[in-house]
Design a binder for this molecule. Structure first.
Ligand SMILES: [Zn+2]
Length: 468
């Protein structure tokens, strides 16, 4: 009996301090120092022979009808040059897309693929060779779709000759029915196909209406037979022969590039660099991603830093640095890419020091490119920033007296200003770290990217809005 009491007392002496210690350490900042990431989901699509035949029939009918009505000019011999058909709305992202597939030029299928650069970055299934370029939204494809932040724009000026909208847009697998789509015939008689857009997001313009190069056509989505938000971009020449817009040694469809500026086969770059309260959550398709973005951090708290890459190469080195307000480096570490990816993401967490307060930076250097993302160590409300941009015409000329409104996305509070003669606008004393949209309206101009999204941390220039 006495010995068991002694044992109990001994145990208490051992356990009570342990319990107290455990409680105390819970109240202290958690010393998280972790990392993660990997490949982005591979996105593709398909089309049945019946769907393709139906589209071709509709296009041919409408072209004949529009020509008979005098609404379609005869084909011009002048070759049409294409611009990129996807545009970002979110200012914090540097780029918002990657390429998962090109045109499959090997007529055999399934399992026999070849693209313009002699690689196999394409696919086929039984009875279908992939006939376009898949441009997928990266990062946050679902979030960007749900918030209208990845736009499909006209690759060249032309006339709308067919469109379909209202179809379900959250498909994750092949066989998803009909896509939302629009078809534009250019002056040379070539036709661009834009498929899989968000439901009810298409331009209100109808068949027979003209669109300018770069004009808004719809929002990137995942309608039809599609495994995630992307644009399937397909191109036909005036003789209705499938084209691959890229010029390359293994392109047997056409000899020259259709692009005004052809991007490299592997366009290696960092699409976005963000700071957050936790690592981004990337749920299974079709659930919207949670970025967990945060721009201001209390002294001694944990920062999560995430980089989203396009076309990251195997063994590609990236130097990560945490940079103090005075420009000196607080911490540095390296990342080596374990593979080559169409798109990938990597995150790290680090515990921030107590000082110095101010605007810090996460700085990434890879393949000679440097990308920075500022964040605030300290109190968010104390930091006030200035936002500036220009409102311009399609030719780049500034437009005066355009109403520009800055709205806090969380509170709805807003403030408006007018552009100066040169199109310049300025918002001063904007609280840093909050989410805002910048909107331009004018009775005579249609602005393609009329709504810009931004979470400013420091003074920001270049929040431009361009008319069509
Ligand atoms: Zn495709």
């Amino acid at each position: 009996m006495r010995s068991s009491v002694r044992t109990l007392l001994c145990l208490l002496f051992i356990l009570v301090p342990l319990f107290v210690f455990a409680q105390r350490s819970d109240r202290e900042p958690r010393q998280i120092r972790s990392s993660g990431g990997g490949a982005a989901p591979d996105i593709s699509d398909s089309m049945t022979d019946e769907q393709r035949a139906e589209i071709q029939r509709g296009i041919a009918e409408n072209i004949a009808k529009l020509k008979a009505e005098g609404k379609l000019a005869p084909e011009s011999p002048q070759a049409v040059g294409l611009n990129w058909p996807v545009r970002k709305v979110n200012f914090n992202d540097r780029f918002i897309e990657g390429i998962s597939n090109y045109v499959d030029q090997n007529p055999a299928n399934p399992g026999a693929t070849l693209e313009w650069n002699c690689g196999t970055r394409t696919y086929d299934v039984a009875g279908y060779n992939h006939g376009g370029i898949d441009i997928f939204t990266w990062p946050f494809g679902w979030l960007r779709m749900d918030t209208f932040q990845a736009e499909v724009v006209a690759t060249a000026a032309g006339t709308i000759i067919q469109k379909a909208d209202g179809n379900f847009d959250r498909n994750c697998a092949m066989g998803g029915g009909n896509p939302n789509m629009i078809f534009v015939r250019h002056a040379d008689g070539s036709v661009a196909w834009y498929l899989h857009m968000k439901a009810n997001s298409l331009t209100s313009k109808g068949v027979g209406a003209t669109v300018a190069q770069g004009e808004f056509l719809g929002v990137v989505g995942s309608s039809g037979s599609s495994t995630g938000p992307h644009l399937h971009f397909e191109l036909y020449n005036a003789s209705n022969q499938l084209q691959e817009p890229y010029q390359g040694a293994c392109n047997s469809l056409n000899a020259s590039s259709w692009w005004n500026v052809q991007e490299p086969y592997r366009n290696t770059r960092i699409n976005a660099l963000m700071t957050g309260s936790a690592a981004p959550v990337m749920p299974a398709c079709p659930t919207q991603e949670v970025p967990n973005a945060q721009s201001t951090f209390a002294p001694g708290s944990t920062i999560f830093m995430t980089a989203f890459y396009r076309d990251q190469l195997i063994s590609q080195q990236t130097v990560w640095e945490l940079v103090r307000p005075d420009g000196s480096v607080h911490l540095t570490w390296n990342h080596t890419s374990p593979d080559t990816y169409s798109a990938s993401w990597w995150w790290y967490s680090r515990v921030l020091p107590a000082t110095p307060l101010g605007t810090w930076r996460v700085r990434l250097t890879s393949l000679g490119q440097t990308v920075e993302r500022p964040f605030i160590l300290g109190t968010p409300s104390s930091a006030l920033v200035t936002l500036t941009g220009r409102v311009t015409s399609s030719s780049g000329r500034g437009i005066g007296r355009v109403a520009v409104t800055l709205t806090n996305s969380t509170t709805g509070a807003n403030v408006s200003t007018m552009t100066q003669k040169n199109g310049q606008y300025t918002f001063s004393n904007v609280a840093a770290g909050a989410n805002y949209t910048v909107t331009a309206t004018h009775r005579r101009f249609i602005f393609g990217n009329a709504v810009r999204s931004i979470t400013p941390v420091e003074n920001t220039t270049g929040l431009d809005i361009n008319a069509q």
